[in-house]
Design a protein around this ligand. Structure first.
Ligand SMILES: NC(=O)c1ccc[n+]([C@@H]2O[C@H](COP(=O)([O-])OP(=O)(O)OC[C@H]3O[C@@H](n4cnc5c(N)ncnc54)[C@H](OP(=O)(O)O)[C@@H]3O)[C@@H](O)[C@H]2O)c1
Length: 387
């Protein structure tokens, strides 16, 4: 629980009056709350972005005598943690007695880097204000306890609602032991994915396309169904930027025959997993391609989700089509919808956004966040149960 509204006074020299041809300055106190420092830490955390991969985005700010001495963040997967990034900018004397504001509980275990807690305690920091306890089972509460047992004052939950938006996929994964699952599609005003069955239709505009590329880079796996593979032959890559850890590409298929000579099975640095019901003659040829894997099982949405979790992928973006989306809706494995809505009506026999197996009961979502991209709207809604 975050206990106090700690107040620091800082002084800024501000011109307040002009006399003759000069000006004089008055000391104006600026009141900075713990939440202000945490806001700075949140802004720093966001700089890590998708480069942190399966690690969380974390930011840290070190304050002493009301002055911000250093700001740090977790730059990339495997890199220094945010608190260490900030601490290593300062001298031992500066660190002694300082307060650390950090968006996520400092780690207490040896991972890719040594435990941050030990370093914080050894440096003699006086107080640590934490935005959120780490849901990772190796850390939860242990970091806080370690710091407290070494005489450091610890407060948790500062700016908690804002901090919770930083690592929605990471938090969900460790709290629910499965990936966060988002369905993403472009649709017309009459709720269609295509103008005719068995064909591809261009629905969204260029700005929506660019945005959907940004969406992709925040996911660790992307999934499509067999008909989308056959009809659209997509690449499912992030093409606006180069990612050290791009999302892996998954396709649900009856067998691998449909994947022969598709873009997803060309030589690539991005892995493709063909999730097939049955073995086929094409399996050997496809498996010989670098980074192409044929995985045969009786796949269901629940099995795909559990398999992603076993692989450590914390987020899954389902990119259609209609039948695959229906399967995930029926399995109630939808945590978020991202919809690009275009001002078009197809009418006729166009493919509805979700067709197939019925859900046992309606899934309900939050009020949409709406972003305007020219004549398109982007609707972003989270499942109410995911709140
Ligand atoms: N507007 C958009 O945003 C958008 C996005 C994506 C796609 N699309 C369009 O959607 C259309 C395709 O959608 P669709 O509904 O026809 O097909 P789909 O959902 O892409 O694929 C369904 C196919 O995947 C197979 N499949 C599903 N689950 C499986 C499992 N667990 N194991 C093995 N195979 C599995 C199904 O096989 P069975 O039927 O044998 O089970 C079926 O053949 C295309 O025209 C495409 O252009 C539009």
């Amino acid at each position: 629980m975050y206990l106090t509204g700690e107040i620091y006074l800082a002084t800024h020299q501000t011109p307040v009056n002009l006399q003759d041809d000069g000006c004089f300055f008055m000391e104006v106190p600026i009141i900075l709350l713990a939440s202000d420092y945490m806001s700075l830490a949140v802004a720093a955390a966001k700089r890590g972005g998708p480069a942190t991969y399966t690690n969380p985005q974390v930011g840290a700010v070190i304050v002493k005598d009301g002055q911000v001495l250093a700001t740090g963040y977790h730059h990339y997967f495997g890199g220094a943690h945010a608190e260490v990034d900030a601490m290593q900018q300062l001298t031992a004397a500066q660190l002694r007695g300082a307060t650390l504001y950090v968006t996520l509980e400092p780690c207490s275990h040896f991972g890719k880097t040594p435990p941050c807690c030990r370093r914080i305690a050894a440096a003699g920091l006086q107080k640590v204000v934490i935005g959120q306890l780490d849901p990772h089972p190796l850390v939860t509460g242990h970091g806080r306890d370690y710091l407290q047992s070494h005489g450091i004052t610890v407060e948790t939950g500062c700016l908690a609602a804002t901090v919770a938006t930083l690592n929605r996929h990471y938090d969900w994964f460790y709290l629910h032991q499965r990936p966060w699952i988002t369905l993403k599609y472009a649709m017309t005003l009459d709720g269609k994915l295509t103008a005719q069955r068995g064909q591809r239709s261009l629905i969204s505009n260029h700005a929506s396309y660019i945005d959907s590329q940004h969406v992709r880079q925040h996911f660790q796996a992307i999934l499509i169904g067999e008909q989308t593979l056959t009809i659209d032959d997509p690449q499912l890559t992030v093409r606006l930027t180069t990612l050290a850890h791009p999302p892996v590409r998954l396709v649900l298929l009856n067998n691998s025959t449909a994947a022969v000579n598709t873009k997803l099975t060309q030589p690539s640095t991005v892995p493709t997993y063909l999730l097939c019901r049955q073995a086929a003659a094409s399996d050997a040829q496809l498996s010989a391609q670098p980074n192409v894997h044929v995985c045969i099982a009786d796949w269901t949405p629940a099995k795909v989700s559990a398999w992603c979790a076993r692989n450590g992928w914390q987020s899954l973006l389902v990119e259609g089509g209609s039948h695959l989306q229906a399967d995930f809706v029926a399995a109630e494995l939808v945590d978020e919808l991202i919809i690009y809505l275009a001002p078009t009506v197809f009418g006729g026999q166009g493919l509805p956004t979700v067709t197939g197996v019925a859900a046992a009961s309606p899934l309900t979502f939050t009020t949409p966040q709406v972003t305007v991209f020219g004549d398109n709207l982007k609707l972003c809604l989270q499942r109410k149960e995911a709140q």
